[in-house]
Design a protein around this ligand. Structure first.
Ligand code: HEC
Length: 481
């Protein structure tokens, strides 16, 4: 979604750049940082997504101006440094998500630039007369406080005009009846998800339960960044299917020259990749034309891939090679190979939001964390038995992995690289993907034919939803490739 919207952002900046002219330099940097790091959730125009991501436009100036001890200026710096967790109200709408922490991921100067952009560009009218742009030093000072997202929410409650509304958590805790009432299904799926249901040859859309048949062996699936197209590999069929992700119509059936495993779509939506373990290659698909355009030799038994944020590189697990192949997506050629000591059978993988780490799941029951700069395996951990999917949950606190020969989802604390929880979900969890706000984690439970929904705040299963067929294998979620 991001790259497609960038021209739009540029246009909107040009159209409303009056307050920016005073500091063109700082603002160009802030605009770029905002587009890269914030716009996926808060949207390029800063208008947010109703009920999911709060708006910045027409709102953040008032937050900045809010009085309290500490005040709004202090609060905003802490939100970006340390994130925000728990219910808040913005323009009469309740939000109950996770805002990721950026301390460590962005240097103080960049956090200052993005805050200044957000305030000056998205809510200039709301700013008080004594507005002072943030400096790198201001942010470095704020970062001395050791806070987490819940502490930051308490800071927000201390602000005049923003404090009193945000009490639903307390109300809930005092009313036991509410705790036991099942949540409406829609609230657990801020966006519809697509579940590849292998043995039934279909894709099921949840929460609606709509089924798209005719996709033989539906195995791995991947959504384009703009959510309009779905790529699905066919188990044992040698085909990859290209679907219209709104209607479920199959637009193309592509014989890719071997049995395909994991599929992914590039961040600009133009190229699809399918891992072909038998041929030791990845197939490259032109998503516009719906045709196979290349096959890149990568090494023994490629299984799945993940793109770097800019789409220039793809990292491919080599299940037969104990390594990750690094593929140059401009040249369409393998550039490098990184060994994964401690993981002999790298199977599925995901990349951290800052692009610095690969989280790799093997075929037998371990997860490894690979530093992409030093090419060092930072740690490997034992998780559930068998292979499974792995997801860096948006927000950055947790990484979750399935285990097809087990009944648990292992949740790893992404900061200290330890196991945070083993969540009982039912027999044979494989695919795992979180909603793009990081609030809910979905797991396909292959033997129970369900999708389990885990609340990432409590790490408890809050729903089990029928998958609409046998052997739900993988899950595609908009905004979390
Ligand atoms: C993964 C999605 C996501 C990303 C990326 C993200 N945010 Fe947020 N942000 C949220 C959510 C969700 C909330 C509301 C949290 C809650 O409900 O407690 C939020 C809240 C905020 C708030 C507080 C608003 C208020 O009314 O108190 C600010 C400020 C903010 N974000 C700024 C940013 C900036 C700046 C960036 C980029 C550096 C960014 N966000 C990136 C999801 C995101």
């Amino acid at each position: 979604m991001k790259p497609a919207l960038l021209p739009w952002l540029a246009a909107s900046l040009l159209a409303s750049s009056a307050p920016v002219l005073a500091a063109p330099q700082a603002n160009a940097e802030g605009a770029e940082l905002y587009a890269r790091h914030c716009a996926d959730c808060h949207q390029p125009n800063g208008e947010g997504l109703s009920g999911i991501f709060p708006p910045h436009r027409g709102h953040v100036g008032a937050l900045y101006a809010a009085r309290g001890t500490p005040d709004g200026r202090h609060y905003l710096g802490q939100v970006v440094l340390n994130g925000l967790t728990g219910p808040i109200t913005v323009k009469d709408e309740t939000y109950d998500g996770n805002m990721p922490a950026w301390e460590g991921a962005l240097p103080p100067g960049e956090i200052a630039a993005v805050l200044n952009f957000m305030l000056l560009e998205l809510d200039p009218a709301g700013l008080p007369d004594d507005f002072r742009p943030y400096t790198a030093e201001d942010i470095a000072d704020l970062s001395r406080e050791d806070l987490d997202g819940q502490d930051v929410r308490r800071l927000r409650q201390g602000l005049d005009r923003f404090g009193e509304q945000a009490t639903p958590t307390v109300a809930k805790a005092e009313t036991p009846a509410e705790d036991t009432t099942p949540l409406p299904l829609e609230s657990l799926f801020p966006q519809a998800i697509q579940v590849a249901v292998q043995n039934s040859g279909l894709v099921t859309v949840l929460p609606s339960g709509e089924a798209w048949p005719g996709i033989e062996g539906a195995h791995y699936d991947a959504l384009s960044p703009d959510g309009t197209r779905l790529l699905v590999s066919g188990f044992k069929t040698g085909n990859v299917y290209l679907l219209d992700a709104r209607s479920g119509d199959v637009e193309a059936t592509l014989p890719v020259g071997g049995v395909a495993q994991g599929v992914k779509i590039s961040p600009d939506g133009r190229l699809g990749l399918a891992a072909l373990p038998d041929g030791n290659r990845v197939a490259v698909i032109d998503m516009e034309e719906g045709v196979l355009i290349d096959q890149i030799p990568v090494g023994p038994e490629p299984h799945n891939s993940v793109f770097s944020e800019d789409g220039d590189l793809a990292y491919v697990t080599l299940q037969g090679g104990g390594a990750i192949a690094v593929v140059d997506m401009r040249q369409l050629a393998k550039r490098d190979e990184i060994a994964t000591p401690g993981l002999e059978t790298p199977h599925n993988l995901d990349i951290s939001a800052d692009g610095r780490r690969l989280w790799i799941r093997d075929f037998v029951g371990r997860v490894g964390v690979l530093d992409l700069e030093t090419e060092e395996m930072l740690k490997t951990l034992a998780v559930g038995n068998g292979h499974g999917g792995i997801d860096v949950i948006p927000g950055g606190a947790y990484v979750a992995t399935g285990a097809i020969a087990d009944s648990t989802i292992s949740v790893i604390d992404a900061r200290d690289l330890t196991l945070a929880a083993e969540v009982e979900v039912g027999s044979g969890p494989h695919g795992v993907r979180a909603s793009r706000d990081g609030r809910y984690l979905y797991a396909s439970i292959t033997a129970d034919d369900t999708v389990a929904v885990i609340d990432t705040r409590t790490l408890k299963v809050v729903a089990r939803v029928p998958a609409g067929g046998a052997f739900p294998f993988w899950i595609a979620v908009p905004g979390n490739p």
